[in-house]
Write a protein that binds this ligand. Structure first.
Ligand code: ATP
Ligand code: MG
Length: 399
């Protein structure tokens, strides 16, 4: 066995999960990690005592492996580690070399030891003491700080091998995508909805995306922007089925037949109904929007009530209590912000009423809809004619 072999340890999150749940959670996380690493090489991935081990079976670029694994939900922390023979001399030879860069740049460190193989001749305190002494003699500028060390060196002696761990790196947190069911994200070209999608994927939901396009009022570039936004979510979500709904006819009818101040509400109810049809057809259990109370006229609590009541699916709005600046911070983190602010018209910004109703009543809006007597087939057609694009990381990375 080579002394140069490096692996990555993944620490699972949500410690409250127990028994069968925990194992479902870990299995899903491993499956997602495996998918995420596709194209980088071959890996053995296994778990033991709440830690998942990712071991390259071929030559790989470790930095890229770590970077990819940092987008896998369900991983709270990652830790690169060197695999060494279960032999004290081998551990002492490998540790200073493997940790050289980290230790050279630090002032303080400590050594932790875990020994699950009790046949190993040294106990944990002895490992800490001896390796600590060795590292101090090699890096004389260092000081031991057991409370807040800059570098924590962990030596783990297991059944087959020993591992020397570097410092932990932050993982994506959350719950593995797919363990929480599936929902349809109403994805506009704005800042909020991609963030909402990311937040719900983080809570374990698999996503499909539904976008409403109204050509010629909205352009092909606006549509491309939405594709680009969905692609930005792929590292977190895995593949996304994106449905682009032809919305022009419905919007024109609503503009022509409904009272102007109700236009946005009528349009949002139509969106919900079409999205619900697609969601149910695709096996989703809920809808997701990027709405936040008070952000615009259509996002008062009364207006949200009027849009909610047209669907029986739960409407998840993870940004509901967030300030724009908080949403923007996440948009920057997931790298959707720069795309979101490209200035293309969204269907929500065409035919905008001058004086939108901000405190509508559901009965009133239902009465207006009844009077307009739109052909319900228009909604069905929009849902059926939605154009599907399947976005995958493979597709994106091959470009
Ligand atoms: P965003 O930044 O997400 O566009 P916003 O503050 O601009 O949000 P609105 O335009 O009022 O908000 O839309 C509210 C929500 O409705 C969006 O977050 C999104 O979930 C959904 N939505 C708006 N326009 C569209 C669209 N063209 N296609 C799909 N969903 C949309
Ligand atoms: Mg918008």
């Amino acid at each position: 066995m080579s002394d140069q072999k490096e692996i990555v340890l993944l620490k699972c999150g949500e410690l409250v999960l127990k028994g069968q749940n925990r194992s479902t959670f870990e299995d899903a996380m491993m499956k997602n990690a495996r998918r995420r690493l596709e194209g980088l090489g071959k890996f053995h991935i296994w778990k033991s005592q709440s830690t998942v081990y990712v071991e390259p079976a071929t030559d790989v670029e470790m930095d890229r492996v770590v970077e990819r694994l940092q987008t896998v939900f369900g991983v709270v922390a990652l830790c690169p580690a060197r695999v060494v023979a279960k032999d004290w001399q081998a551990i002492c030879a490998a540790a200073p070399d493997y940790l050289a860069r980290d230790l050279a740049g630090a002032k303080t460190f400590k050594v932790n030891a875990k020994r699950s193989d009790k046949r190993f001749p040294m106990d944990s305190p002895a490992i800490c003491r001896e390796l600590g002494g060795l590292l101090l003699s090699r890096f004389p500028h260092l000081r031991v700080d057991v409370n807040q060390p800059e570098v924590t060196v962990t030596v783990e002696v297991r059944e087959k091998d020993a591992y020397i761990h570097k410092n932990q790196l932050p993982g994506a947190g959350g719950i593995p995508v797919g363990t929480g069911g599936k929902a349809a994200l109403l994805l506009s070209g704005g800042i909020d909805s991609p963030v909402a999608g990311y937040m719900m994927a983080k809570r374990g939901l698999e996503l499909i995306a539904v976008h409403f396009a109204s050509p010629p009022y909205t352009s092909e570039r606006a549509r491309q922007k939405v594709v680009a936004l969905a692609e930005k979510l792929l590292p977190y979500t895995g593949r996304i089925r994106l449905f682009v709904v032809p919305f022009t006819q419905l919007q024109e009818q609503l503009r022509d037949k409904g009272p102007e101040e109700y236009f946005t509400l009528l349009m949002r109810r139509a969106m919900m109904r079409v999205a619900e049809q697609i969601a149910i057809r695709e096996g989703c259990q809920g809808l997701i929007t990027g709405e936040s109370v008070g952000q615009v006229a259509s996002q008062t609590i009364q207006a949200l009530g009027v849009t909610d009541c047209v669907t029986t699916l739960p409407v998840l709005r993870p940004a509901i209590g967030m300030d724009k600046s908080e949403i923007v911070a996440i948009a920057r983190k997931i790298d959707t912000f720069e795309t979101s602010i490209l200035p293309y018209e969204d269907c929500c910004t065409v035919f905008t009423p001058r004086h939108p109703r901000t405190r509508p009543k559901a009965e009133e809006v239902a009465r207006i809809e009844a009077e307009m007597a739109l052909d319900p087939a228009l909604l069905d057609e929009a849902a059926q004619e939605a154009e599907l694009t399947v976005l995958t990381l493979r597709g994106m990375e091959n470009r």
